[in-house]
Design a protein around this ligand. Structure first.
Ligand code: GDP
Ligand code: MG
Length: 696
């Protein structure tokens, strides 16, 4: 394995809407550069970067993968990312560690919902960008239309540096605006092409495009502007150098075109990587000094102390934990101990590996700017920084969004609960967007993710990797019970069985407390009506009974019990007897104190294009939602509302279909509130039916 120095490395993230052709393009890039010896296809399930079982089966990218190739004596690290919304968390995770992005745009559909989303990521991480209009060979492909949608969405700084030769079935190559040459391809996937003069009929368009590009580049610096005014044009070297500068400065985003599956235009994309994208060292990286909390800048250079960032973790069922790491500064070697600054622990590294999808090849050392993988680290997880402790730095980790959909999962086979928890903790290592926990009240194991597909994929991983089958269910709503009124009752337990009997007797008052106050117990026994040692037993009896519920089996909360009188028997009284008396008093007291159901109310934030606001609010009203506020943020409507959790359990697919996938929402628990009587009746019937079924 060759080791590359910082200047000859390029790190690109391939991003775009799902099915725009990112994985196919990655495959073609690898093939044309000789990294692989056949043009693997998504359809055949043999691409380098869609290697996971679930990806092969569903023919979509679920998780980002790293591959690399050599072109023009440079090592191109390629991060192929998912484009489907539930998996964009992973896209954002790895894009943070790229130095540039290739935005793949579908030549038929143009810019789509997730194209805009991943573009935002690239803006967030301030990455230079190249756009590729792909699928130029497909029916209804149109470079001009796609470009128009690009201009509309991302502005005029997206400038073509190519013109397609033909379109749809006639797409045979690309005209390079910079060189003024045309590249005609075989349509057999071989990637072979001939460089010829611009064909007749394209000369005007090529000239116009070149003039446009020259103007844009000339505007990028005073020096070029002066040359442009003096000569009316720019020389080829000036144009190339100026373009490269503008790409690095993010003032120009070159647009290219291709057919990934016919392998047309792909070598020119590799040229663009090598010629136009910056090497890692061009800008310093920012982090924080963990000792002082001061910002630190670190040059991406071999002469700095080592500092690396853990981009991603893969939980491989055979190899174990694989950490994918980007080395920012310094040099790292195989079989060396390094310091994990985030965790404050040292880690023994085994061999450093170069990744080609799932294939690992050991490499002795890695230089600043490069990516590598290492297996079986003990403490290290995604987002950690490893660095020389004498010059500490921590790079900011990408925060994981809150899950948007929650399911309850149940094992198909009894006794698989432990297996599920173990397997889920493995999966959560590689996919931080998966959250799981047991609801203390309903006792259900809850699995939350970024969308239904995300949760389904996780369930499939559980089955295939860890051999546990689970059923997905709508989670139970953790209802509660409370009282609205007061009561004053007696609980008296008396039992005469043969020898010595049981006797306990207590008088209590019950009253409601404010929401969230929980349970209070006041002891107002004076003069020994109940001996001191039995008073905790009364309280315990009440607490136990309250946990089992009164109306429908939900825990009773927000009430106070005052124990003010009682009686005892010198022989028959016992802790047990007073416990029973307490629970009897509680039940009587509940009956007389107007018991009601409480339901969790969620704070819901919905973000969607403004045109959907009316529909969304109408829908929220039908879900018993209360509008809390409206706001406009960057052209998007933000709706804040409080909605009962019971009405939100299957909201994600509804929002997706109402907004054509352009809406997002986030919710979190706010408080408990009374369930309206007509709805409470149904919940009580359901719950009691369920309890009966369980008892039988
Ligand atoms: N005709 C044609 N099909 C393509 C092209 N690129 C990708 N596809 C097909 O489009 C589908 C999605 O491709 P894929 O690479 O998985 O897209 P991704 O989701 O962006 O990674 C697959 O069926 C590919 O064969 C292309 O340039 N031309
Ligand atoms: Mg893909």
């Amino acid at each position: 394995m060759r080791v590359y120095d910082t200047e000859s490395i390029r790190n690109v993230g391939i991003i775009g809407h799902g099915t725009s052709g990112k994985t196919s393009l990655t495959s073609a890039l690898l093939f044309d550069s000789g990294a692989i010896n056949r043009l693997a296809r998504v359809e055949d399930g043999n691409t380098v970067t869609d290697y996971e079982e679930e990806e092969v089966e569903r023919k979509i990218s679920i998780s980002s993968a790293l591959a690399h190739c050599e072109w023009d004596r440079k090592k191109i690290n390629i991060l192929d990312t998912p484009g489907y919304r539930p998996f964009l968390n992973d896209t954002r995770l790895v894009l943070r560690a790229a130095d540039a992005a290739v935005v793949v745009v579908d030549a038929i559909s143009g810019v789509e919902v997730q194209t805009e989303k991943v573009w935002e990521f690239a803006v967030e991480f301030n990455l230079p960008r190249i756009l590729v209009v792909n699928k130029m060979d497909r029916d209804n492909a149109s470079f001009d239309r796609a470009l128009e949608s690009v201009h509309e969405a991302f502005g005029r700084s997206c400038v073509p540096i190519q013109i397609p030769i033909g379109s749809e079935r006639e797409f045979t190559g690309v005209i390079d605006i910079l060189s003024g040459k045309a590249h005609r391809f075989e349509r057999d996937g071989s990637g072979k092409f001939q460089t010829v003069d611009v064909p007749a009929g394209y000369q005007d368009a090529a000239r116009e495009a070149r003039e446009k590009l020259i103007e844009m580049v000339a505007e990028s610096s005073d020096e070029l502007m002066e040359k442009f005014f003096a000569d009316g044009t720019l020389s080829a070297p000036d144009l190339l150098a100026g373009l490269k500068k503008s790409v690095t400065a993010r003032t120009i985003f070159p647009v290219l075109c291709s057919s990934a599956t016919l392998n047309i235009g792909v070598p020119q994309i590799l040229d663009a990587f090598a010629e136009l994208l910056p090497a890692p060292g061009v800008e310093k990286v920012r982090g924080t000094n963990p000792k002082t909390n001061e910002p630190v800048e670190r040059a991406v250079s071999g002469s700095e102390p080592y500092a690396a960032y853990v981009v991603k973790t893969v939980a491989d069922p055979f190899t174990g934990r694989i950490s994918i790491i980007r080395l920012y500064s310094g040099l790292m070697r195989s079989d060396t101990t390094y310091f994990n600054q985030t965790k404050g622990k040292t880690e023994k590294f085994g061999p450093l590996q170069v990744l080609q999808g799932k294939t690992m090849t050991p490499v002795g050392e890695v230089h600043a700017g490069d990516f590598f993988a290492v297996t079986k680290l003990r403490e290290t997880t995604t987002g950690d920084t490893l660095c020389d402790p004498s010059q500490p730095v921590v790079f900011p980790a990408v925060e994981v969004p809150e899950p948007s959909i929650t399911f309850a999962i149940e094992p198909k086979a009894r006794g698989d609960e432990d297996k599920i928890s173990n397997a889920l903790s493995r999966i959560a290592e590689e996919d931080a967007a998966i959250k799981y926990n047991r609801d203390p009240q309903t006792k259900q194991l809850l699995l939350a993710g970024s969308g239904q597909l995300h949760v389904e994929v996780t369930v499939a991983k559980l089955r295939k990797r860890y051999g546990v089958e689970v059923i997905l269910k709508t989670p139970k709503v953790p209802y509660r019970e409370t009282i609205r009124g007061t009561s004053d009752v007696q609980g008296r337990y008396k039992k005469q069985t043969g020898g010595h009997g049981q006797f306990g007797d207590c008088k209590i008052k019950m009253e409601p407390l404010s929401r969230g106050a929980g349970f209070e117990f006041a002891d107002e026994i004076f003069g020994g009506a109940i001996p001191r040692n039995f008073i905790p037993a009364v309280e315990k009896g009440i607490i136990d009974a309250a946990a089992r519920g009164f109306v429908a089996g939900f825990p009773v909360v927000d009430f106070r019990v005052t124990l003010y009188d009682g009686s005892y028997h010198p022989v028959d009284s016992s802790e047990l007897a007073f416990k029973v008396a307490g629970s009897m008093a509680f039940k009587k007291g509940m009956e007389l104190a107007q018991p009601v159901l409480l339901e969790p109310i969620m704070n819901v934030d919905i973000v969607a294009p403004q045109e959907y606001a009316g529909d969304l609010m109408g829908d929220l009203t039908s879900r018993r939602g209360k509008l809390q506020g409206m706001d406009i943020k960057r052209d998007m409507q933000v709706i804040k509302a409080q909605v009962p959790m019971a009405e939100m359990v299957s909201y994600a697919p509804v929002l997706t279909s109402m907004t054509g996938g352009r809406g997002n929402y986030h919710m979190e628990f706010s408080h408990y509130d009374e369930v309206p009587a007509h709805i409470a009746q149904k919940i009580i019937e359901e719950a009691n039916k369920e309890r009966k079924a369980e008892e039988e």
